[in-house]
Design a protein around this ligand. Structure first.
Ligand SMILES: Nc1ncnc2c1ncn2[C@@H]1O[C@H](COP(=O)(O)OP(=O)(O)OP(=O)(O)O)[C@@H](O)[C@H]1O
Ligand SMILES: [Mg+2]
Length: 497
């Protein structure tokens, strides 16, 4: 056999069918299309679905971006329209020259792109069934007539582009009846809505420092509200930490941590918003943005563990597209992996941040013991509000836990006691008769029972207790005023000198 070279073209039919399954979800596919609109300087992206004249469902993503002329449109339809090695403008969210095609075919079998520049429409179409039939890359060029029959074009005024998905064979539970079709699209849009609101939140509601043009994104006419994981647009706001800049070869990575407002300060709706469809604990971590577009969020990328204590910590990591070669971004723009040098510089930052994050929990508000001796209650003063809590470190509480009572049950009981203190009636009673409200007085048997619980908690199983401990117990208010207490205690335990 002689050596040499063969031109071996891929089978259009088989390659395209296989590429449908590279792992797009419907929401990541939509996001890939919206990327293109934003790269084309669109300020408005409208996503709609409906039935076409033949009763088949379609989905259209329309923008008012710069549009494409005939040659640009033909080039854009080619798989690999641009090389990932090619340098792009800073705000260009594209990289591979693939997204529009791969994202579309992951959801449908017919992709039509219509674009208008200076009042002139051009349209091209890849129809998978047609390609499979001929096993050839046959791009259809639509004539005026065909263009005029496309749905939704009459809603355009200036330049812009429409990506039209037809033959939507990937929708779940898609039945033949319009009701079933609408139902399937509604389910898909439910998830897509949150995903887009989060992925593009910095474009939808730009912060002044981001220097971005506002983009409105709507689904079937309902404009998306930004889903900002850093609560920058919320009252109460998150606490920003100091900005860190990591200089890399071709660019700079900007890292900023935010501590979310404590969940007790949030309304139920705000908390739900920040939980991003999951929980705070599961969505803590790094949020990685490429050119301000969220790629992945809510992970420590193996640099820290998700912990209940750091659940208010979210860290924004801004990566410019000039670092694409070092950061591996996948075609779907839903995964990135920082290079080793970045990881080694991020790790100490993450460690410090997660350690600091534990502070608002351990030192939330100032706590003061109330009463002398071994007080069970604490007065907690936090941000101007005062509440009373049972000290979880108190020997009686500790002892109950150690004795194997279900500590969750016990904690629930204590919480119930704390949170149901009848403050209103207390205030009213004290107001009416300041000296009439008294601690309940216990008879000798009750005092003995309570004393026994205290000594058992501080010195379980022992027959003596240190004198200092005995004094602390006796100074606790319930015992302090009781003349019998000392004698009772010395009957229960020998008091060490
Ligand atoms: N809505 C749009 N408006 C104007 N031009 C567009 C639009 N959508 C796509 N294009 C053009 O089509 C080209 C191909 O888009 P495609 O999404 O396939 O690749 P890409 O955006 O270059 O890279 P990636 O694969 O990373 O998305 C784009 O580079 C852009 O020039
Ligand atoms: Mg793209």
């Amino acid at each position: 056999m002689q050596g040499g070279e063969l031109t071996l073209r891929p089978s259009a039919a088989r390659l395209l069918e296989s590429m449908r399954d590279i792992g797009y979800s419907s929401e990541s596919a939509l996001a890939d299309i919206v990327d293109n609109s934003i790269s084309a300087a669109a300020t408005e992206v409208r996503i709609i679905n409906d039935l076409d004249v033949d009763g088949h469902p379609y989905l259209a993503i329309m923008d008012n971006g710069r549009g494409m002329c005939a040659d640009e449109l033909t080039a854009a339809m080619r798989h690999g329209s641009r090389s990932p090695r090619e340098a792009r403008e800073a705000g260009d969210l594209g990289r591979f020259g693939l997204g529009m095609k791969t994202a579309s075919f992951s959801q449908c079998r017919r992709l039509t792109v219509a674009s208008r520049v200076a009042g002139r429409w051009e349209a091209r179409c890849w129809d998978l069934d047609h390609i499979v039939e001929h096993d050839e890359w046959l791009l259809q060029v639509l004539d005026r007539d065909a263009i005029s029959r496309l749905p939704a074009l009459d809603s355009f005024s200036g330049n812009g582009t429409m990506i039209l998905w037809q033959k939507l064979d990937r929708l779940d539970a898609l039945g033949p009846h319009p009701d079933q079709i609408y139902e399937a699209l509604n389910v898909m849009f439910g998830t897509a809505r949150r995903h887009l609101a989060l992925t593009f939140h910095r474009f939808v509601a730009p912060e002044p420092s981001d220097d971005l043009t506002r983009v409105s994104i709507s689904i079937n006419g309902a404009v998306l509200e930004a889903l900002d994981p850093f609560a920058r647009l919320m009252q109460p706001q998150s606490d920003p930490h100091e900005l860190e800049r990591l200089r890399m070869g071709n660019g700079e990575i900007v890292v900023q941590a935010f501590t979310l407002p404590h969940h007790q300060r949030l309304t139920a709706a705000q908390l739900q918003h920040l939980e991003l469809g999951s929980s705070l604990a599961e969505t803590q971590g790094l949020y990685i943005y490429r050119a301000k577009r969220l790629i992945s969020g809510g992970t420590w990328l193996g640099m820290a563990r998700r912990s209940e204590l750091s659940k208010l910590l979210r860290v924004r990591v801004d990566v410019p597209t000039s670092l694409d070669a070092e950061w591996s971004v996948d075609v779907r723009k839903s995964r990135v992996w920082p290079p080793a040098v970045v990881r080694s510089r991020l790790r100490p930052l993450v460690e410090r941040m997660t350690k600091n994050a534990q502070r608002p929990y351990t030192w939330r508000g100032t706590r003061e013991a109330r009463g002398s001796g071994m007080p069970l209650w604490q007065r907690v003063s936090e941000r101007g509000a005062i509440r009373y809590e049972i000290n979880r470190e108190h020997p009686l509480v500790r002892h109950a836990e150690v004795r194997g009572e279900d500590s969750a049950d016990l904690d629930a009981l204590l919480l119930a006691i704390e949170s149901t203190l009848p403050l209103d009636s207390l205030f009213a009673d004290v107001g009416a008769n300041p000296h009439g409200v008294q601690q309940s007085s216990l008879d000798a048997a009750r005092i003995e029972q309570l004393l026994a619980a205290f000594v058992e908690a501080v010195a379980p199983g022992s027959d003596s207790i240190p004198a200092a401990t005995a004094e602390a117990i006796l100074q606790t208010p319930v015992f302090a005023g009781n003349p019998e207490a000392r004698a009772l205690l010395s009957r229960l335990r020998r008091i060490e000198p």
